[in-house]
Design a protein around this ligand. Structure first.
Ligand code: NAD
Length: 490
């Protein structure tokens, strides 16, 4: 294994078709989570920079030609962005792996291709859309158009930076809106390249702007309060969603929120454990558990409880934790020291709550050059009380809790006993039970005998405190458009 070589990049703001410096010459550092070396100095957008970006987006929206060109012309340019992403996939994947600390093969094989697909999917999907005509006899023509809303603030988290940004940018652009994007402060590298990718694809200046900075009392809040921003599409923590909703309320912005999760992964006694165990391991530890859809509450029916624990423990211990740039690594570090402190604080809470530690709960032994990274072993607890904090709160790290249950009703009751409702996973060979339980779990996505299988046409979003609205297919298009009805006397 060779030491990761890093250079310090300068990351600028992208406003009105140009990379520019922070007007206050304020820069912040970004570190490689694997080693804690500084990998970038990032220009922080001041209030004035945010204002310039929002005004550029407004001008590009009002003056066209983005909003007024044909759907096909727009879609062609968005598809060109997707092609450029694929042409540059190795570079983008290595930057994503460097910035987030995720295994390079995952970024290369899954996240970057999916990011390109997000753009291409919405470009193609938009070309299939029509309006509506309501026949009213011979005297009137009554029809509906779907028009772009205006300027969108797209705010994304650090766990899947490029994939989640393109997931919002695709429908935003395809419907003719303009965007001001703010990636998370910890992981700005790939998203900052969207500026040059858009330019090369022929997207007009001002249509895409990328600013950098923090949330409250910084670039994020300046954007969400800005009078030229018409709508906010946000993915991140539930508490941030609440803050953004308050800030956006004064100017009545439309909002679409994808927030936190604490998915129940329910293993019934008739489940095929040969499939359920490897998928539950993936659901628990992919991206070091830093996934909103993580199956972090594993509910196991008592008759198979011991067998499940034994096999799950063995599989968790086989995961390779280490350098994200190494092809053999399954799990890299946590994204930052701050996040590591949050995740490990649950070890103390777990102890106080009398949880039983099955495996993990500490830093693994790693080579000297990784000594500063915030690595954790895959960590598994058993907890009988589903109301314990480790069963209720989103830990967002490689930490899962296994909870026993006896009956289907009890499983349902536990599954529904959190404030979150993003997704759930059900393992059973009983078809009736699969449907019955799917209908009763209060969550936006239910996976039966699988996890993280996505069709981009399907609605994606959360019940309860896991979100507001839905993304995906026509749900995204509805958010990014205003329906206008026109009635003409003939
Ligand atoms: P976060 O809420 O801390 O930050 C997300 C983004 O919001 C960042 O760009 C941040 O700078 C910005 N922000 C923070 N405060 C803000 C404010 N007051 N005004 C405007 N912007 C502000 O989230 P995170 O820690 O980056 O990401 C982890 C969270 O994201 C987890 O809760 C996870 O479940 C959630 N998530 C949800 C989904 C989903 O699809 N539901 C997907 C991925 C992650």
């Amino acid at each position: 294994m060779t030491e990761v070589k890093t250079k310090v990049r300068e990351v600028k703001l992208f406003i009105d078709g140009e990379y520019v410096c922070s007007s206050e010459n304020s820069l912040f550092e970004v570190k490689n989570p694997a080693t804690q070396e500084v990998i970038a100095k990032v220009h922080e957008a001041s209030r004035e920079d945010v204002d310039r970006a929002c005004l550029a987006a407004r001008r590009a929206f009002e003056q066209g030609p983005w909003r007024t060109m044909t759907v096909q012309e727009r879609s062609n340019k968005i598809r060109r962005m997707a092609e450029i992403i694929i042409e540059r996939k190795e570079e983008l994947a290595s930057l994503e792996a460097l910035d987030v600390g995720k295994p390079y093969p995952v970024a290369l094989g899954f996240e970057i291709p999916r990011s390109a697909h997000n753009l291409k999917f919405f470009a193609d999907f938009m070309e299939q859309q029509g309006g509506e005509v309501y026949p009213m006899g011979e005297d009137f023509l009554n029809y509906t158009r779907y028009e772009p809303v205006g300027v969108a603030a797209l705010i994304t988290p650090w766990n899947l930076p490029f994939m989640l940004t393109t997931w919002k940018l695709g429908p935003c652009l395809a419907t003719g809106n303009t965007a001001v994007i703010k990636p998370a402060e910890a992981t700005p590298l790939t998203v900052s390249l969207l500026g040059e990718i858009a330019k090369e694809a022929g997207i007009p200046d001002g249509v895409i702007n990328v600013i950098h900075g923090y949330g409250g009392n910084s670039a994020g809040e300046f954007m969400t309060a800005h009078s030229e921003v018409d709508m906010i599409s946000f993915t991140g923590e539930t508490s941030t969603g609440k803050a953004i909703m308050k800030t956006g309320a004064d100017t009545l912005k439309k909002v679409s929120f994808e927030l936190g999760g604490k998915a129940a992964n329910i293993i019934f006694e008739d489940a095929n454990l040969d499939k359920a165990i490897p998928e539950s391991i993936r659901a628990a530890f992919m991206n070091s558990g830093q996934v909103c859809l993580a199956g972090s509450r594993i509910l196991v029916q008592r008759r198979i409880f011991n067998e499940f624990i034994e096999r799950f423990k063995k599989a968790a211990e086989e995961l390779v934790v280490g350098d994200p740039q190494d092809a053999l690594t399954n799990m890299g570090p946590l994204v930052s020291e701050e996040h590591y402190q949050k995740v490990t604080s649950y070890f103390e809470i777990a102890k106080l709550e009398n949880s039983t530690l099955i495996t993990g709960g500490k830093r693994p032994n790693l080579p000297e050059y990784l000594k500063d990274g915030y690595y954790l072993e895959p960590t598994v607890y058993v907890q009988e009380d589903p109301k314990a904090r480790i069963c209720q709160e989103e830990i967002f790290g490689p930490v899962v809790t296994i909870i026993p249950f006896d009956t289907e009703d009890e499983a349902l009751q536990i599954a529904n006993s959190t404030d979150y409702g993003l997704n759930a996973v059900i393992w059973t060979d009983n078809l009736q039970r699969a449907h019955r339980v799917s209908h009763s779990v209060r969550a936006g996505t239910i996976w039966v005998n699988c996890w993280f299988v996505r069709d981009l046409r399907a609605p994606f979003g959360g019940y309860k405190k896991s979100g507001v609205g839905r993304e995906g297919g026509h749900h995204s298009l509805e958010f990014f458009t205003e329906a206008k009805n026109i009635c003409i006397a003939l």
